[in-house]
Design a protein around this ligand. Structure first.
Ligand SMILES: NC(=O)c1ccc[n+]([C@@H]2O[C@H](COP(=O)([O-])OP(=O)(O)OC[C@H]3O[C@@H](n4cnc5c(N)ncnc54)[C@H](O)[C@@H]3O)[C@@H](O)[C@H]2O)c1
Length: 429
């Protein structure tokens, strides 16, 4: 097929330029600071003299620039035409970009998302979003993070590693409230230990700011003062003013409604990524892109449900999960029909070497497949690959239990959970 991309900013979008990639670079700088600080534990005489935020930013920018160059090269080498400018859907099969009118047999809407705020909470000055937070030329001494979701805990983690005093305000009773409850509780304990403060179950009421500080009032009457307020209360679909409604596309609060096969109600028009209700994750967007390309090519691809898409939150300690939480599994199948096992990383040699606490919890349907895996601890994001194969292949613990895991690796913890759920506990009672 012949393909064209219309892009008003830079190829790679939020993930490459303002999201996943630069924030993970920042988190890696934070990890290096922590490793230097904890050197003595491993017999290394090291300490953190200072954090050079200019150099931290330079590392991140260079990394992003390299990936951007690679991506541009791939697009070119694969014969994809790029139109620079803001596209507008002029009719179901026509996109207008400045003076260019591009006609396609199919159009795929992939306009992404933006950091949203709350009514009455204006972004500007010392009230910032994740995009501004990435670009800060200083390390705040004190910062308030509004929202204890993914972005909130990742930035809280970075700033704490860089020496800031951090307070997270989360309206729901737990940090990362969409994760397994035991994972949220462990994160709260770990953050408390790291000196990250948080206020749970309390909502934001108002904010004032001057040249040097910002003061936040919460609904319980608490006031907090800091150098910056990071607003991390979710992302909204970037669909306004792009002609979607005018072209007759069915929308709901700015999101584009699609079938399970990502088709909109307008024939030939598909939507992928953050503008489609559900998980707002880059890798979900990639998978949806592949799906739609195959669908248009008539290859009848298999739908991947959101629940089977892995999630990784790169705070310290890291969180990774795929599939149903125990509560969701009980709701869906009845509590009496499911079993779970939580293996403590304290029993794993590699976890002890890495100096991490945490758990790997697996949930199964009795006499049935593994429904979910939920992990917290250093580098558990690297374990979610195996977990997602188990869940997506609907493997039974009995199928996985005989497979051998390299030793000593943290992967063994997944093996331990499978052995236990298969009724053959190894390093467990
Ligand atoms: N590592 C990753 O995969 C990654 C990293 C960054 C962002 N993202 C994605 O980007 C999207 C946006 O991230 P996010 O962290 O902004 O959203 P989120 O939905 O993960 O978290 C927002 C949090 O703000 C809380 N909140 C909302 N209104 C509030 C109020 N008035 N007072 C107090 N708390 C309030 C919510 O309860 C929620 O916990 C998410 O879908 C996330 O998955 C993913």
């Amino acid at each position: 097929m012949t393909a064209a991309i219309i892009e008003k900013d830079k190829l790679g979008g939020t993930c490459l330029h303002r999201g996943c990639v630069p924030t993970k670079a920042l988190l890696h700088s934070a990890e290096v600071a922590d490793v230097a600080r904890e050197g003595a534990t491993y017999g290394i005489n090291s300490s953190v003299e200072s954090i050079d935020i200019v150099a931290v930013n330079a590392f991140r920018e260079k990394l992003v620039a390299g990936k951007h160059k690679g991506l541009q090269g791939l697009i070119k080498a694969n014969g994809i035409t790029v139109f620079e400018g803001e596209g507008r859907l002029a009719s179901p099969n026509t996109v207008q970009v400045g003076a260019d009118t591009i006609v396609g047999k199919n159009v795929v809407l992939a306009s992404g998302s933006y950091s949203r705020s709350l009514p009455g909470l204006e972004i500007g000055g010392r009230v910032i979003t994740s995009e501004h937070a990435l670009e800060l030329q200083e390390i705040p001494k004190k910062v308030i993070v509004l929202g204890g979701g993914v972005i909130g805990v990742e930035f809280a983690s970075v700033w704490r590693s860089f020496g800031a005093e951090v307070t997270i305000v989360e309206g729901l009773p737990h940090l990362v409230p969409n994760e397994e409850e035991s994972v949220s509780k462990q994160l709260e304990r770990a953050f408390r230990k790291r000196g990250i403060d948080y206020k749970l179950g309390v909502r934001f009421q108002g904010v004032t700011q001057d040249d040097s500080s910002v003061t936040v009032t919460l609904e319980d009457g608490t006031t907090l003062t800091a150098d910056y307020l990071l607003v991390a209360v979710g992302r909204g679909p970037a669909t306004a003013g792009l002609g979607y409604e005018e072209a007759g596309i069915e929308m709901d609060r700015g999101f584009v409604l699609t079938t399970e096969r990502l088709a909109t109600n307008v024939p030939g028009v598909y939507a992928v990524g953050d503008i489609v209700p559900g998980l707002q994750l880059a890798h979900r967007g990639y998978q949806q892109g592949i799906f739609v390309a195959e669908e248009i090519a008539g290859l009848n691809p298999v739908v991947v449900a959101d629940v089977n898409i892995p999630k990784v939150t790169y705070c310290d300690p890291e969180i990774a999960s795929v599939g149903l939480t125990e509560a969701k599994a009980a709701e869906q199948y009845g509590a009496e029909n499911i079993s779970s096992y939580e293996y403590n990383l304290a029993g794993n040699a590699k976890s002890s070497i890495l100096g991490t606490a945490g758990t790997v919890k697996a949930v199964r349907l009795n006499d049935g497949p593994v429904l979910g895996v939920h992990m917290i601890g250093a580098r558990v994001g690297e374990l979610v690959g195996e977990a997602q194969l188990i869940v997506n292949w609907e493997a039974y613990p009995e199928d996985v239990a005989p497979f051998v895991h390299g030793h000593p690796t943290q992967n063994e913890t997944i093996g331990e959970a499978m052995l236990k759920l298969a009724g053959k506990p190894l390093h467990a009672i």
